[in-house]
Design a protein around this ligand. Structure first.
Ligand code: NAD
Ligand code: ZN
Length: 253
């Protein structure tokens, strides 16, 4: 059912959350747009300008690795300046109140952590862009470490000093295997939930987009909070197309 207005959406959310014994939030780029990080699929979003570089292309040539890091560093000021928004803070509060058992996120911006959500309550399906790792030996490198070498070499991406493997932002690219532990935890949380809140996701990136339907098929109630329609609106118990920050702000108290 599509909420008629914001008050209707908030009232119904309050009701669903109070009736729930175990709720899970599932977040996408839309929760971070008010923090200054553009999403992919809103009109004029990043997607419409540059398609992300798939893993195969990243591995295939040094030039693509250089290009990937050029793009990463171009986006970096927006990521660094971003602070948790009302949506992040409301979800952190719901975790604190024992109302949410976990947040499953597709985001890579580290803003759920920064809003105070403990790592054991957070499941990152697409990794984290606030640091880098070697794809061969998994050694961790900070972005500043990469940037110093990238700039000193005139825009050439550095390799891992330990094993010469390629160093990539610690995000999951298209063509890259999903993190097994995160997928396993996300599935367990989804199956245990009686309320599933999908917030700010176009629900088109698979396999992540499978979780709302999995929850619904398992008997949970489903809420879709997203400005644009999604393929899962028809099965949702509540759909709100209102602004995420505005709808979640009442839960900050
Ligand atoms: P998406 O860009 O496909 O969809 C975002 C959705 O949020 C859109 O449908 C848009 O209508 C909605 N939205 C944006 N701002 C909103 C607001 N204020 N209120 C209500 N709705 C709003 O994002 P996705 O589904 O998360 O998939 C994109 C992929 O790109 C993910 O895998 C994610 O890892 C990655 N990504 C992450 C970030 C981030 O970490 N902040 C940013 C861009 C992309
Ligand atoms: Zn290495």
């Amino acid at each position: 059912m599509i909420a008629a207005d914001r008050k209707h959406a908030v009232d119904r959310m309050v009701e669903l959350i109070s009736q729930s014994r175990r709720a899970v939030a599932f977040t996408g780029a839309g929760i971070s747009t008010e923090c200054g990080i553009p999403d992919f699929r809103s009109p004029g979003g990043l997607w419409t300008k540059t398609f992300p570089i798939p893993l195969g292309e990243f591995l295939a040539s040094r030039e693509m690795r250089n290009e990937a890091w050029r793009r990463k560093f171009a986006m970096e000021p927006a990521f660094r300046a971003a602070r948790p928004g009302r949506g992040h803070r409301a979800l952190a509060r719901l975790i604190q109140r024992g109302k949410l058992s976990a947040i499953i996120t597709q985001n890579i911006d580290n803003l759920h952590q920064e809003s105070g959500v403990p790592q054991e309550k957070l499941i990152e399906l697409h990794g984290n862009g606030s640091y880098a790792t070697c794809l061969d030996c998994a050694a961790r490198y900070e972005l500043d470490w990469v940037r110093e070498r990238f700039e000193a070499a005139g825009g050439v991406a550095p390799d891992c000093p330990k094993c010469q493997g390629p160093v990539k932002a610690a995000t999951i690219s298209f063509g890259q295997a999903m993190p097994e532990e995160a997928m396993r935890r996300a599935e367990a949380e989804t199956r245990a939930a009686d309320l599933f809140l999908s917030i700010g996701s176009s629900l088109v990136v698979w396999p992540a987009a499978g979780f709302p339907a999995m929850a619904k098929q398992n008997g949970a109630r489903l809420v879709v909070l997203n400005r644009e329609p999604t393929d899962f609106d028809g099965m949702a118990d509540l759909v709100s197309r209102d602004d995420i920050g505005d709808v979640l702000e009442p839960f900050l108290a």
